[in-house]
Design a protein around this ligand. Structure first.
Ligand SMILES: Nc1ncnc2c1ncn2[C@@H]1O[C@H](COP(=O)(O)OP(=O)(O)OP(=O)(O)O)[C@@H](O)[C@H]1O
Ligand SMILES: [Mg+2]
Length: 244
């Protein structure tokens, strides 16, 4: 479903060029859950943005469902591939109600029956009609993250990219959101790509995961390998001993 081939990304700033990704290659089969872990600044968000066509690649390329990702991708591509941002509070328009937030992509992608779809999307993420006309500031952090997920799911994507979906939430709510995402993934046969700092969490959620450092993929392993500590890379070993 996702094919990342030798992707490099350079950011040119006034003083110097930052190589944020170096020759990254990964592939994710349809209907599976893939995790991306790595220290802050290792290039995780940059890779996600490149997968969405939001960041230009310097070399290499990404294909999703066989289609090469371009900058400013067409509408049909944007419907198939959805992203939940690192900071869901910043990604929800504070001046819009939940109804408008979920309704907007439905209108852009010309879905029929928006009302029915909005209510269904809320139900899918465990929210009710009573939340429909609230503004983001009238919701808890966990509820806001549910709205961000509902907005993605409403337009029935095939691939969902999640950037630290639970980092802004407290521990008890984190588990709730993780369980929700996993249930929806199974129900809808989604292909998930999840960034997290949290190695135990990724192990729990993902079939396979990649460990990144300084813009490079150090190792790709299965969750089972991680549980059995079958890891090769020294950096992976350091991460593992620090977190499990
Ligand atoms: N628009 C940009 N211009 C210049 N440099 C950038 C830009 N975006 C990211 N970078 C740099 O690229 C590198 C990778 O950043 P990225 O946001 O992908 O890291 P990350 O792994 O997502 O980190 P975190 O876990 O903190 O979110 C960093 O060194 C960052 O400073
Ligand atoms: Mg990031």
């Amino acid at each position: 479903m996702i094919e990342i081939e030798s992707v490099s990304v350079d950011f040119h700033t006034k003083l110097r060029t930052v190589r944020a990704l170096k020759d990254v290659s990964l592939s994710v089969p349809q209907g599976t859950v893939f995790g991306l872990v790595g220290e802050s600044g290792s290039g995780k968000t940059t890779l996600l943005r490149a997968m969405m066509g939001l960041t230009a690649v310097s070399s290499g390329g990404v294909k999703i469902a066989g289609e090469a990702v371009r900058q400013n991708p067409p509408l049909a591509f944007r419907r198939r591939v959805q992203m939940v941002m690192q900071d869901c509070y910043a990604s929800l328009n504070p001046a819009h109600t939940v109804d408008q937030i979920i309704g907007e992509p439905l209108a852009i992608h010309r879905f029929d029956n928006p009302e029915k779809r909005i209510l269904q999307a809320l139900k899918d993420v465990g929210l009710g009609p009573e939340h429909r006309f609230r503004f983001p500031h009238q919701l808890s952090g966990g509820q806001r993250q549910r709205v961000a997920i509902a907005r993605c799911l409403a337009i029935e994507p095939q691939v969902m990219l999640l950037d630290e979906p639970t980092s802004a939430l407290d521990v008890s709510i984190q588990a709730e959101i993780v369980n929700l995402v996993m249930r929806l993934q199974q129900q809808k046969g989604l292909t998930l790509f999840i960034i997290s700092h949290d190695l135990p969490l990724v192990t729990h959620m993902c079939d396979r995961l990649a460990i990144m450092r300084k813009g490079m993929v150090r190792e790709v392993i299965t969750s089972q390998d991680l549980i059995e500590r079958k890891v090769e890379d020294d950096y992976t070993k350091v991460l593992l001993s620090a977190s499990l």
